[in-house]
Design a protein around this ligand. Sequence first.
Ligand SMILES: CC(C)(COP(=O)(O)OP(=O)(O)OC[C@H]1O[C@@H](n2cnc3c(N)ncnc32)[C@H](O)[C@@H]1OP(=O)(O)O)[C@@H](O)C(=O)NCCC(=O)NCCS
Length: 322
Amino acid sequence: MRPLARSDAPSYVELVIGGYGEFERMLGLDRAGAALYEPFFRPGIWVVLRLLRMLRVSPVEFEVAVDGARIVATTGLTLNHGTGYIFAVSVRPEYRRRGLAGRLLGWSEERIVRRGGRWALLDVEEANTGAVALYSGRGYRVVEKVDWFRAAPAVVGALASVDASAVWNLEPSGRKAAAAWLARVVPAGVTEVATPTPRRLTHLQTLGAFPGSRSAAWGAGPVNAPVGYLTGSQRAKGEPGVLILAAMDPHADPALGAALVVTGARWLLSEGASSALVAVPDHAAAVGTALERLGFHRELSTLAMARPLASGGAPSAGPKGP
Ligand SMILES: CC(C)(COP(=O)(O)OP(=O)(O)OC[C@H]1O[C@@H](n2cnc3c(N)ncnc32)[C@H](O)[C@@H]1OP(=O)(O)O)[C@@H](O)C(=O)NCCC(=O)NCCS
């Protein structure tokens, strides 16, 4: 195993694209192909990332397993406020069930501990039973289930009558207060693992964030007593846009949550989105029901899974650890 090298680009991209599932297809990543990864491998960015990695402050790190010159397994890692977020875990089909993913997870967990983190967190499609078994076997537990809904432009267009007067743009200056509100409203089991911050109101934002994406955020209810927040990001014209319901006050009218989503969906379409995808965490499931009534269609569910790591040393090995 070793860090990803710039010369690995073609092999890395082929492997990651080969591991795509329903979730990536829902986001349209299969159509974007290799172009999506091109910014990571640009010489300037690569040099900066390598330097930051040496200083142990890199925002993102990739580790790979190789067979000769060919990459056969990979994982990515990013660190936020004491939590390591693991993504892009993928193993070539002919190399599966040999413990490679387990070893790469072990590397990620050790790296998180070495950089002072206490939690490992990841998102996985609920229907990806093999991956869920892999993570459960290493001691990861579900902290949140998230339902993903989609609305075509025609559905959003037909919602002209939805009253969005209680929805406002969240300006950068309001993000600190929003993060503090979210820390109180989001279930403790989630915030303990993924602390809301002004830059990242919810860890789910990572799933819609791609280089060059345009982003926005909204709040609902009185500005000094909000009842919910939504973030949005649009990768490219003609591609699906992503909305994430960061939180909704459980006592608030779910129609306000739906108004937030409809506002975000209108923005996405004005940015050229082919459809609006919406992530609704289980604590706000009533908003999902309201969206279905408006014609949004449930596509799939993802699970946020996390495991605590031993502080000040190597992580305790999961039952299936290498
Ligand atoms: C999921 C994936 C990463 C697993 O990689 P892997 O190298 O085969 O996993 P490991 O060999 O380390 O598996 C360790 C344990 O996890 C469990 N596991 C892994 N894959 C499994 C599967 N398909 N079905 C059931 N259990 C599975 C088993 O308990 C396994 O131990 P065992 O082989 O002794 O029974 C791989 O199948 C893959 O790349 N899939 C496509 C991409 C993907 O779905 N990535 C996850 C995105 S969140």
